[in-house]
Design a protein around this ligand. Structure first.
Ligand SMILES: Nc1ncnc2c1ncn2[C@@H]1O[C@H](COP(=O)(O)OP(=O)(O)OP(=O)(O)O)[C@@H](O)[C@H]1O
Ligand SMILES: [Mg+2]
Length: 243
């Protein structure tokens, strides 16, 4: 499984994790890379946002040893839906490396894990299956705290030599520099995590509209500001650099 596997996590709800997951998947698919989005959220928002049926079998069934078929979104983009079954006892007691193992036979050029808010266990399955992690926070203090928790989990697991995502960056999400909190966020995060790369996704109505229209961003508004931000983030997730 030597392909880019990017976990999108943040712990806090509503900070833009799903928008970024689906967005970078759409960017990579537009480069003719075969991409699989793995939705780890009982809300199954990623499948919905991309135009797939969020009620179909997906990640939970995979973790229960079944063979769900990823839903085809377009020629290059597939999604494994999340769903309520992720609350199933078998899934909730899965070993940290079970998701990585279950994905071994999947042949894609990139995989993106959309993590749920709040659920450390499901998030951990993604962190252990990923090669890199995007920690998403908006400017709200609670989101910064949530990002800190993911950062600490990654740092302490790495220190212990565990097979967790080896590199991570913080994504400042929903940024509008006319707001004071947003303007200060970069400084706050640089103070807290000076050694970590920082990426930005601006607030962009086209991104919210693409989700509402259940259409991948590169089909909906490929030239919008958010799409340009997502290109840098996808590049970092795949290559460790923005270009
Ligand atoms: N960059 C952006 N510009 C404009 N709207 C955005 C942007 N990112 C996210 N949104 C909007 O913010 C809301 C929350 O986004 P999203 O669902 O991606 O967050 P989330 O972190 O995945 O939430 P949850 O924790 O519930 O899974 C949605 O309505 C989405 O359309
Ligand atoms: Mg989400």
């Amino acid at each position: 499984m030597n392909v880019p596997r990017i976990a999108v996590a943040g712990r806090k709800g509503g900070v833009g994790k799903t928008t970024i997951s689906c967005g970078i998947a759409s960017v990579l698919a537009s480069q003719n890379k075969r991409v699989l989005v793995i939705d780890l959220d009982p809300q199954s928002n990623a499948a919905f946002a991309l135009g797939g049926d969020p009620t179909k079998p997906g990640t939970a069934e995979l973790l229960m040893g079944k063979k769900p078929h990823p839903l085809r979104i377009n020629e290059y983009l597939d999604v494994l839906p999340g769903g309520a079954e992720l609350g199933n006892h078998h899934v909730q007691t899965a070993h940290s490396e079970d998701l990585a193992d279950a994905l071994c036979d999947f042949e894609y050029d990139a995989m993106i894990f959309d993590c749920p808010p709040g659920n450390e266990h499901l998030e951990r399955l993604a962190l252990f299956a990923a090669s890199s992690t995007l920690i998403v926070a908006n400017a709200h203090p609670m989101a910064i705290m949530g990002a800190g928790r993911v950062h600490n989990e990654l740092a302490s697991s790495k220190e212990k030599g565990r097979k967790i995502a080896g590199r991570w960056a913080i994504v400042q999400s929903l940024i509008d520099k006319r707001r004071k909190l947003d303007k200060n966020l970069e400084m706050v995060l640089a103070d807290l995590y000076p050694e970590v790369e920082h990426l930005v996704v601006h607030q962009d109505t086209e991104m919210a509209n693409a989700t509402a229209n259940q259409t991948p961003i590169m089909e909906y508004a490929p030239n919008c500001r958010g799409a340009k931000d997502l290109l840098e983030i996808a590049n970092w997730g795949c290559h460790g650099e923005k270009k």
